[in-house]
Design a protein around this ligand. Structure first.
Ligand SMILES: Cc1ncc(COP(=O)(O)O)c(C=O)c1O
Length: 391
């Protein structure tokens, strides 16, 4: 699969692109989708196409992106909202869950800084943030079991963790959270699009992502996001942010049945009550196209391909004497962090050999997607041995 796919990703013809955790490569059809969309917009504003309905097909694609995202994460499309990015989605989630004084919110010290800041900010509500201490890039289920109690309102993690690709047992975490009456909130930015997600089956209550990494809806500068919320909670929770689009607009006699000046301050039913951001059509039509490609390859097959490439990196690195910053067991990781000498200097040296990867939290982060191959992993190890030799 990998080899055939490479032809669809222009970046992969020139580079060994192992940096999906920063930004995903884009398939050619998505690049063309962006071009076509831009051209249609230009034509509209140059009055070369009719003002009415010329962009209709794009509106349909934008709507369809919710359906495809639902399939990718494993929920129903009416449980998906547009949000501006992962940050906005997670803030919305923490705004809607009624977290009270005296409760606590549990996470780890390995999560993305935005997530840790968000958990920490729950102090404002009088809740206690609890950061479980990791050891060697791992936090075990037993550590969660010791930390979560009946006063826990939320358990929150990124899955996988942003700097080393560590993955949790989400089914076990959701059972633990639910047994204590807590909700499980996941930042899925680093794995939705590569992991064979089953959010509902695993008992995940809320999740959010941006579109520019594993969903391949790049680039970052024109990205957007999705939020998933289990529909059981919609009607109990109030939207934390006010917007006309989240309210039911009801005509009223005084304004001659115009809805413009008076609204009934009643939140819409369903996920729309939380959706105050629904722009960035270009980001949604781009990611819609890329998600079709992911689904056409099959969620299971995508995950398998990523893990095969990861395994080749892990095995090659261990054989060469490097130390892993990631568990060796493939069921506990989705990408790889390596302890190499002077890791901050290595991405620049790798780039000279046509390899793109990143330095994060003391390690070299290598994050392949399904467009990468085992051959590339082997080539990468031979380049790594040259640019980061172990003394
Ligand atoms: C786990 C995780 N969440 C979120 C983000 C980015 O969030 P946003 O696009 O909202 O800035 C990143 C980016 O690296 C990330 O690693």
């Amino acid at each position: 699969m990998g080899l055939k796919l490479r032809d669809e990703f222009p970046l992969c013809k020139k580079y060994i692109y192992f940096d999906c955790a920063a930004q995903g490569a884009m398939p050619l059809t998505t690049i063309k989708t962006i071009q076509e969309y831009e051209m249609d917009l230009v034509a509209l504003y140059k009055a070369e196409t009719p003002w009415k309905d010329s962009l209709k097909k794009w509106e349909e694609k934008r709507s369809n992106s919710k359906k495809l995202f639902a399939e990718i994460i494993g929920c129903q499309s009416e449980e998906v909202a547009f949000v501006s990015n992962a940050t906005n989605g997670l803030n919305t989630i923490f705004g809607m869950i009624p977290i009270k004084r005296g409760q606590n919110v549990v996470t780890t010290d390995m999560e993305f800084p935005m997530c840790n800041a968000l958990v920490n900010s729950q102090r404002r509500k009088g809740a206690e943030p609890r950061f479980i201490k990791s050891k060697d890039g791992i936090v075990t289920l037993e550590q969660f079991e010791k930390t979560v109690d009946d006063k826990t309102a939320v358990v929150m993690v990124d899955h996988p963790t942003w700097f080393n690709g560590y993955t949790y047992d989400l089914k076990a975490l959701s059972e633990l959270a639910h047994n204590h009456g807590a909700k499980l909130v996941i930042d899925v930015t680093q794995g939705v699009g590569s992991i064979n997600w089953e959010a509902k089956k695993w008992g995940v209550d809320f999740a959010a992502t941006s579109t520019y990494k594993w969903l391949m809806g790049g680039p970052y500068s024109q990205s957007a996001g999705f939020m998933y919320a289990n529909k059981e909670y919609f009607d109990d929770y109030l939207p934390p942010v006010v917007s006309a689009s989240a309210y039911e607009l009801t005509p009223n006699k005084q304004s001659k049945n115009s809805v413009y000046f008076t609204y009934n301050v009643k939140s819409k039913k369903g996920i729309n009550r939380f959706e105050v951001y629904n722009r960035s059509e270009i980001a949604y039509v781009a990611v819609e196209n890329s998600m079709k490609l992911i689904l056409s390859h099959g969620k299971k097959e995508v995950e398998r391909q990523v893990k095969d490439v990861d395994n080749a990196i892990v095995n090659g690195a261990l054989e060469a004497g490097y130390v892993l910053g990631t568990p060796e067991d493939e069921s506990q990781r989705m990408y790889v962090s390596l302890k190499v000498p002077e890791p901050e200097k290595i991405p620049g040296k790798l780039y000279e050999h046509g390899v793109i990867a990143s330095y994060r939290v003391g390690g070299l982060r290598i994050s392949p997607h399904f467009y990468n191959t085992v051959d590339e992993a082997e080539k990468f190890i031979s380049i790594l041995k040259k640019v980061a030799p172990i003394n």
